[in-house]
Design a protein around this ligand. Structure first.
Ligand code: AMP
Length: 217
């Protein structure tokens, strides 16, 4: 039977990397522990200590796609990825408060550029940000190491995630503006919200109870 229609079982898609690392302790607090160690196992689908719940560990950008298409009823993805995905087809019921960082504009200095060349993994967000300011930058899509682009003369600006600011500093870049505060969110497939109402509600309620209030900063 299609898992989406069996009423009880849930697949949770989780972004690899920092989000997975910070989601595992949160999941452990609601009694969900992978049966194999995700750091060692090459398995892409992990059963958990709760037989009705399994995890799929995938690239951040793929999490909303899995959830929108119902291959996973729920997912954990960064707000940056969700802003870039731009779908109205996902519920986003909970800020999990993990993997916090900021999406910023950075460059070698604050000198204005007439039509800036902006290197980023986030072309949609970047376009919208500049459009709201009446600017039309040239957007250069990159898949990693954004900080290199201004140093190599590829771009005037980057739009990238910043946490401590160390990566920018070590590459001689300065923060010019903050576009958004980022954290990981729980997302839910719209059909699953109806078809698996009880199971999904329970997961949301348990995670809500496990989220730690934001430390004063
Ligand atoms: P930092 O040097 O602490 O400012 O971290 C910046 C680097 O870490 C950049 O390469 C970012 O793309 C990456 N990064 C920071 N926060 C996150 C996050 N929450 N999720 C994924 N990557 C992040």
């Amino acid at each position: 039977m299609n898992r989406l229609h069996d009423g009880k079982t849930l697949t949770l898609a989780v972004s690899k990397g920092r989000i997975l690392d910070e989601a595992l302790p949160l999941l452990a607090r609601i009694g969900v522990r992978p049966l194999q160690d995700p750091a060692r196992s090459r398995k892409l689908i992990l059963d958990t200590s709760r037989p009705e719940l399994r995890l799929v560990i995938i690239r951040a950008q793929d999490v909303p796609t899995y959830v929108e298409h119902g291959a996973a009823e729920a997912g954990i993805a960064g707000r940056d990825v969700l802003m870039e995905y731009e779908s109205g087809e996902l519920y986003e019921p909970l800020d999990l408060g993990i993997a916090r960082c900021r999406l910023v504009v950075a460059g070698r200095d604050h000198a204005p550029a007439a039509r800036p060349r902006v290197a980023t993994k986030y072309p949609n967000v970047t376009r919208a940000y500049y459009a709201a300011r009446g600017e039309q930058p040239e957007i250069i899509k990159l898949y990693g190491s954004m900080e290199l682009a201004p140093l190599a003369g590829l771009a005037d600006r980057i739009v990238d995630l910043v946490d401590t600011g160390r990566t920018l500093r070590e590459n001689g870049l300065v923060e010019i503006a903050t576009i958004a505060d980022i954290s990981a969110r729980l997302i839910v497939n719209k059909a699953a919200m109806k078809v698996k109402h009880a199971a999904v509600r329970r997961l949301i309620a348990q995670l809500r109870g496990a989220v730690r209030p934001r430390a004063r900063d």
